[in-house]
Unconditional design. Sequence first.
Length: 147
Amino acid sequence: MQSDRAWASQTVVGSGGSYGLDLDLDQEPDLAVEVTHGFKMLAAQSARCARRGDRPAAAALAERALRLYGGDLSLIVAGITSGASGAAARLERERLRALYLDLLARLADDALDKGDFATCRGYALRLLALDPARDDAQRLVRRLSQA
């Protein structure tokens, strides 16, 4: 496996209006899988804690998941960005993005319930930055502006 320094020096490339890392998956085959798995695992654990009513644990796990997600940066590799594999990769990216947005919404609601309006507004603005048409975040920002 490459050293962190060698991996970090990989080239950032653009394709179709998005940016990604041009990785040689023969060198780093498990990196994206490990990060994606960790993100999904933390999000699922957060949801379970929320269903049990353990809001502090749910929020802490959601925050950890958000830090892992890192954005919509896509891995651009040969054979992944086109054809059936490309469609599957785009579908998975959108599914992960939706999960990320749901975590932000849950954290915003949790902060609102606690009366932490600054934190709530921060989460709502992050939601709107990624999805300006998101009605729940728009209502939340308007509500906080009136308070």
